[in-house]
Design a protein around this ligand. Structure first.
Ligand SMILES: Cc1cc2nc3c(=O)[nH]c(=O)nc-3n(C[C@H](O)[C@H](O)[C@H](O)COP(=O)(O)OP(=O)(O)OC[C@H]3O[C@@H](n4cnc5c(N)ncnc54)[C@H](O)[C@@H]3O)c2cc1C
Length: 305
């Protein structure tokens, strides 16, 4: 019930415009993002780097309405890539294709992504996965760029029933894949409803990815979850397959399971933390609260504390 309400709020334009203007709401987001500027995200990346944790940064915002806005986002990320290279931090970028113009056209979006991937040099540019209605177009754009360049990765969601087939179809490209459970409200016609089914799907997909990696048929597998059971399963499978800890990564979001991020790093695992920044954080923040409604109490405590 609470999850559905928070996911509804994440798509509500009125709340999206009004709530972020309140200082107390902005303050409550600090647990999940170090600040609104790129500089804040890179400062945090440098701090993670000091303890051996790599990062990915992402500018919050989705569904631009004009080609000019999409070009603005492209310019922002080109600048971000330069700043990352100048600071020498182990940081990649990840982005939503609707922020690069996916609603306006697939061809133009592919051209913008291609420019970014080229500018990134050896670093991987990650493509987020959004609502199920965008999956076909997102895969189409990803394929187009991956066929020309190696350093592009794609996020896939285990809650979608179609993902098993999508992954199988993509494997011949030897893609870098970030596997997550999925963060949007999706209908039962396309997504598993029960947590147990989503988890089972996550484990099956992790197995496919790690097996392909062990057989030299996949790019970098990134296991994106805070769920200790999923992480334990991934590590167990990798061990069984004799896949070294340096051949796959575990990724988490900034501010979530921080102690676990450090523990995994100390035990020789590769950990990457995704840091969000930017002014359009409302829908994203509601999705974070929806993942764990107990976080709502954390917000309430901050407000009264
Ligand atoms: C690196 C990364 C990239 C992502 N990219 C995408 C993307 O492109 N598209 C997309 O749809 N989704 C993305 N997500 C979000 C993802 O789909 C899930 O919504 C999110 O990771 C929560 O699922 P979980 O696997 O952690 O497991 P869950 O079953 O939701 O949670 C397992 C446990 O993790 C902890 N936990 C989980 N979430 C929170 C939270 N918000 N606050 C505090 N504790 C929490 C709790 O202990 C919980 O019991 C990404 C997640 C990560 C880590």
């Amino acid at each position: 019930m609470m999850r559905q309400a928070l996911l509804w709020a994440s798509t509500n334009p009125f709340m999206s415009q009004r709530l972020p203007s309140y200082e107390f709401v902005r303050k409550a987001t600090r647990r999940f993002m170090p600040g609104e500027e790129l500089q804040d995200a890179l400062d945090a990346s440098a701090r993670f780097g000091d303890v051996g944790i790599a990062t990915t940064v992402t500018l919050l915002g989705e569904n631009v309405e004009t080609a000019a806005e999409a070009d603005g986002v492209l310019d922002h990320y080109l600048g971000a890539l330069t700043a990352i290279q100048e600071r020498g931090v182990d940081t990649e970028i990840s982005l939503k294709l609707t922020s690069l113009g996916l609603d306006q056209g697939v061809g133009e979006t592919r051209a913008r992504l291609d420019r970014l991937v080229e500018a990134a040099g050896a670093a991987t540019v990650w493509v987020d996965m959004e609502y199920s209605g965008y999956v076909d177009r997102t895969i189409e754009v990803f394929r187009g760029v991956r066929e020309r360049r190696e350093n592009v990765g794609l996020c896939l969601q285990s809650y979608l029933k179609r993902t098993e087939k999508d992954l199988k179809d993509l494997l011949p490209l030897e893609p870098a894949i970030r596997l997550v459970k999925g963060a949007y409200a999706e209908p039962p016609s396309v997504a598993f409803v029960k947590k147990a089914q989503v988890d089972q799907s996550f484990i099956r997909l992790t197995s496919t990815l790690l097996r392909a990696r062990a057989a030299g048929r996949a790019g970098r597998p990134v296991i994106g979850t805070h769920d200790p059971r999923m992480i334990g399963e991934a590590n167990r499978m990798a061990h069984e397959l004799q896949l070294g800890k340096d051949r796959y990564e575990i990724a988490m979001l900034y501010g979530i399971q921080s102690a676990e991020q450090q523990r995994l790093t100390r035990t020789g695992h590769r950990v990457r933390v995704l840091i969000s920044y930017g002014k359009h954080w409302f829908p994203w923040y509601m999705r974070r609260l929806a993942e764990r409604p107990a976080n709502v109490w954390f917000v309430v405590k901050q407000l009264v504390g």
